[in-house]
Design a protein around this ligand. Sequence first.
Ligand code: PBG
Length: 328
Amino acid sequence: MPYPERRMRRLRRTPALRRMVAETTLSTADLIAPVFVREGITEPHPIESLPGVSQHSLDSLRAEAERLTGLGIGAMVLFGIPEHKNAEGSESWNPDGIVQVALAALSKDLGDDMVLIADLCVDEYTDHGHCGIVDAEGNVDNDATLELYSRAAVAQVDAGADIVAPSGMMDGQVASIRAALDIAAYDETPILAYAAKYASALYGPFRDAVDVTIAGGGDRKAYQQDPANVRESMTEIQLDVDEGADIVMVKPALSYLDVISLAREQVDVPIAAYHVSGEYAMVKAAAANGWIDGDAVAMEQTLAIKRAGADLILTYFAGELAEALRSQ
Ligand code: PBG
C-alpha cells in the first residue's frame, strides 16, 4: 500500500541513501577536547569518575595533544590543577602557573595546528573552591573578581592561548576581559564565553577531576543559572555578545537542547555546547554495565547537540568520536 510516509522510507533504505539526505553531520572539526594538567606529577592520574580521562603531567599532556592532533581534533580546552591554592587563586595568573606553562609548551609543540582554549576561572585555584573572591559574608564579590579574570586572561594569552573562555558567570566578565586584552594589544584574541551556564548537578565528576570542593558544602546557585529558566539564558547570551563575546556557550548540553536551539535563532555568532562530565560519566557507567552501546550513544548524543544548533561541542568523547568518524 503506497502510504504517504513511504516518501521518507524510500530514502532510509540504505546507508548511502541515509547519508545522502542527512540533515546534520558530525565532523571532527566540530569537536573540542577538554584536558586536565596537574602540577607536580610525573605520571598521568586516571580520574575514576571519568573513565578514559586523566589528570595529565606536563609530558603526558604533550603526548595527548599530539595524539588528538593526529586524530584531526583541532581544538582543546585546558584546565589546570595547581599544587598550591589560596584565597585569590593567584596561580591562575602566575606566569609560572601550571596552565601557563602547559600553554607555552603546547603552542611551541603544535603551533597553529591546534587551537588552544584556556578555561578562565579561578575555582581550580582558590582554596574555598568558588569562582571568585569571597567576601566576609562568604559571598562572591563580583567586581573584585573581574580584576582577577583580567589578569588571568592576559597571562594565558602571554603564555600561548589562542582563545580565552571565561566560565565563572560574573557579571561584566566579557567586557572587562575584552578591555584588558585590548590594552595588552591582544585585540585579535577571541573570547569564548560560557554565556548560559546552569548550576547543574552534572558537574560532579569534573570537580573530582580538578580536586575542587566548595567550602562549607556550598554551591554556585547564586551566580550560575537556575535550571528552571530559559528566557534568562537568552538575556545572558545577548549581553555576552553585546559585551564582545566571539563565541557563546551553553552548558550543560543535553538537558538544555532547548536553550541551544533558541540561542541559534537569536544570535549569529558561533555557538558552542559543553557535553559535561556528568553526561559523559552516565554513558560510560551504563555502557560498562552492558546496558547501552556506549559508542553508539556517544555518537547519537553529540549529533543531537549539533542538530539542536551547536556549531562546536566540548566533549570528553572527542578522541573516541574522532576515531569513529575516521573509520566511517
Ligand atoms: C568552572 C567550570 C566547571 C566546569 C567547567 N568549568 C565547574 C563548575 O562550574 O562548577 C564543568 C565541566 C564539566 O562538568 O565537565 N571552572
